[in-house]
Every structure is written in C-alpha cells, then in structure tokens.
Design a protein. Structure first.
Length: 263
C-alpha cells in the first residue's frame, strides 16, 4: 500500500510535465516557425517477486512472473519538425522554407544559431537581420538605392536600383542548413536552435539541394501546433492526474483501515 503512494506520485509528476509542455505548445500557436514538443514516457524499475521462467518445482518453470512496477517518468520531449501552414504576407522580406532546412543566424558573440522564422528586416547598415537584430548568415547587404528586392526559390537575392530599373543586380545568396537529427537540436528561445552532439554537424547547401527545401518570398511558416490535438492531450493529462490522485486516496484509505485494525 505504501508503494502505491510513491508510484502514483511519479504519475502525477509526469502528467505535470506533460501539462507544462501542452501549455507551451498552445502558448506558441501563433509563433512563426514554432515546432511543437511531444512528451514521451517510460516505466520505472520493477520489483521482481517472481521472475518469469523461474523454477517453481522440480522440472517446472513459471510461465509468468510477479513484477510490480514503481511508476513512470518523462523520458524526453521531442521536437516535431513537421511543416506548418505557409501564409502569404506580401512582405518581400518574409521568407518561408518549403521543405527541410534552417536559416543561419549570427549572434553578437559570433556563435551561430538556426531558425525557421523567416520574418527578416533590414538594419541601418542595410544588412538582412532577424526581428531581434541578429545578422543572417551569410551576410547580405541591400544597397540604399535599391527600390525592389527579389528572393528566388534557390535563395538568390537580387535588387533593382533607382535609375536602373531594367537591370537586376545579385547582392547575395541565402543558404539553408540541414541536420541528420533535427530533434537533437537545443531550443534556445527567440525561435532559435543550437547545434548539439545529438543533432550532428550542420549540412549547408543552396535551397533546393541536398534535401533542403525551397525559399518562398512573401510567405511565412506558421506554427505546426494542432489546437484540437493539444486540447485532447490537455484533457487526457488532467484525467490521468486525477486517476493518480484517486489511487493515492485509495491507498491512504486502506492504510487508515489497517490502522483501525491495530487499535
């Protein structure tokens, strides 16, 4: 009976983490390029009162065992990189990735991060940056006399300058990065991911090559969170939590009954 108290407590802790993850997914339902997290569970150690296949008599083996589990725990939260809906913004600096890949972003300390958020801007120096002001890598500078910007599906960035509207000038090339295991990336906030030993090294290529997607100017990728699925998961987590609390209450009542017997 005492064991049931601790076992149910592990279930409550696991469902609390599941609820936290669901709340985070729902909070980011409108976050550009956000990828939802999915919680995985695994059972804990077992108390073996009788091992399956153990000898119960001379020449006889038990076909089953007596194994009592000690609960559950969260084994991981996996980022699901299925594509989100692509919406038309008609902003020439908004770029969506149609397929796999990440944009490279350069932090002020020189470190590189990766993002699916293509809502770019131009800073005072004419460089292409994120909404936080981080430089897009490789760096692309738009000349001040540019009157229009065109970004091709292969990431080629070209402009038309004032006084030479019939001439197109290429000013840079966007590249995309793939990872062998994108779920192994570390989420850093601000729609940024960092490389880890689990993700593998970045594979840099031109959009549309080596398994990367194409770039789409004037579009943004929405979050891949399915609100209906998250609400169902929310209800399931709540009910599982309630069942574990009920198990604790039942174990407590049984202990109370045992105490009464002693009296």
């Amino acid at each position: 009976m005492i064991r049931a108290l601790y076992t149910s407590a592990t279930g409550m802790n696991a469902q609390t983490t599941n609820l936290d993850n669901t709340a985070h997914n729902l909070a980011n339902v409108n976050t550009t390029g956000y990828k939802k997290g999915e919680v995985s569970f695994q059972d804990l150690l077992y108390y073996n009162q009788q091992t399956p296949g153990g000898v119960v008599a001379q020449g006889l083996q038990s076909p089953i065992g007596i194994q009592i589990g000690s609960g559950t725990r969260v084994s991981g939260i996996t980022k699901i990189f299925t594509p989100g809906a692509i919406i038309n913004t008609q902003n020439p600096l908004d770029i969506a990735i149609e397929g796999e890949g990440f944009f490279q972003v350069l932090l002020p300390n020189g470190e590189v991060r990766y993002t699916r958020d293509g809502s770019f801007r131009i800073n005072a120096q004419g460089s292409l940056v994120t909404s936080d002001g981080f430089l897009v890598s490789p760096q692309i500078t738009i000349p001040p006399q540019a009157v229009s910007i065109t970004i091709g599906s292969d990431g080629t960035v070209s402009v038309q300058n004032a006084g030479a509207l019939n001439t197109t000038t290429v000013v840079g090339q966007l590249t995309l990065v793939r990872f062998q295991n994108p779920a192994g990336l570390s989420a850093e906030g601000r729609n940024l991911f960092a490389e880890t030993a689990a993700s593998g090294p970045p594979i840099i290529s031109v959009p549309g090559q080596n398994g990367t997607g194409f770039t789409r100017q004037g579009f943004l990728e929405r979050s891949n969170v399915d609100v209906v699925s998250e609400l169902i998961n929310l209800i399931t987590s709540q009910r599982a939590y309630e069942f574990n609390t009920r198990a604790i209450r039942t174990a407590d009542n049984m202990l109370a009954a045992t105490t009464e017997l002693v009296r």
